[in-house]
Design a protein around this ligand. Structure first.
Ligand SMILES: [Fe+2]
Length: 216
């Protein structure tokens, strides 16, 4: 097996694990799907190769799967978490990585672990659970941190309204260099304009297909 082989069963494994997440918490499931997709896009915009893009996509898909180990009373709590609940919640990146570790004899899955394990670290060292700083945070984790936070801010939760994309972009700028890697934020803000066009084009294509089906 070459170092950059992607097993043909990799997607089946992802589907299987994510079905478990969906049964536990559909919101986390859809969040993981979106973050996987956005991680690949950002990796592509950063010039990473096809294999690295796939690693990023899978790391994004798996980044929150450890939340299945968090009690519903905390994970689904319709209010802000108490300090002891938050402490437990902060264990989820390590729990996500532990779920994938049994597959780490396969290089493709081993390569996903840094992005998963460190996705809540912040470049100023104030993240969790390891308080890593700057370049000590693996690149994959710095990439996921940006798209993960964007997604989390944009979607409405029981305890707060989702933010508009303009506000989210401003947050990224405000926390660039403290929470987020500056260079990655710059590339994201530059690239995302075209993603929105892709999103719109996707929708348009689907709508056209619907019309064509109806008129057939
Ligand atoms: Fe997370």
């Amino acid at each position: 097996m070459a170092w950059d082989d992607i097993p043909d069963w990799a997607s089946s494994v992802a589907n299987s694990i994510l079905m478990n997440v969906k049964q536990k918490d559909p919101f986390t499931f859809y969040h993981c799907c979106r973050v996987g997709r956005a991680s690949r896009r950002l990796a592509q915009s950063m010039g990473l190769n096809e294999y690295e893009q796939s690693v990023l996509e899978f790391s994004g898909l798996f980044h929150d799967i450890g939340k299945v180990g968090i009690p519903d009373s905390i994970l689904l709590k319709p209010a802000r978490l108490e300090a002891d609940e938050y402490r437990l919640m902060k264990a989820h990146p390590v729990m996500s990585a532990k779920t994938i570790e049994p597959l780490s004899n396969i290089p493709f899955f081993k390569a996903q672990l840094p992005g998963i394990r460190y996705h809540h670290e912040k470049v100023d060292g104030s993240g969790y659970p390891f308080n890593l700083e700057g370049d000590k945070i693996p690149l994959a984790a710095r990439i996921i941190a940006v798209v993960d936070t964007v997604d989390a801010m944009m979607y409405t939760r029981p305890y707060r309204e989702g933010l508009s994309f303009d506000v989210v972009k401003q947050e990224l700028k405000d926390f660039s260099g403290t929470q987020f890697d500056k260079a990655i934020v710059n590339i994201y803000l530059d690239a995302v304009r075209f993603w929105n066009n892709i999103e719109a084009a996707d929708k348009e294509e689907k709508a056209i297909k619907q019309i064509l089906l109806k008129s057939a």
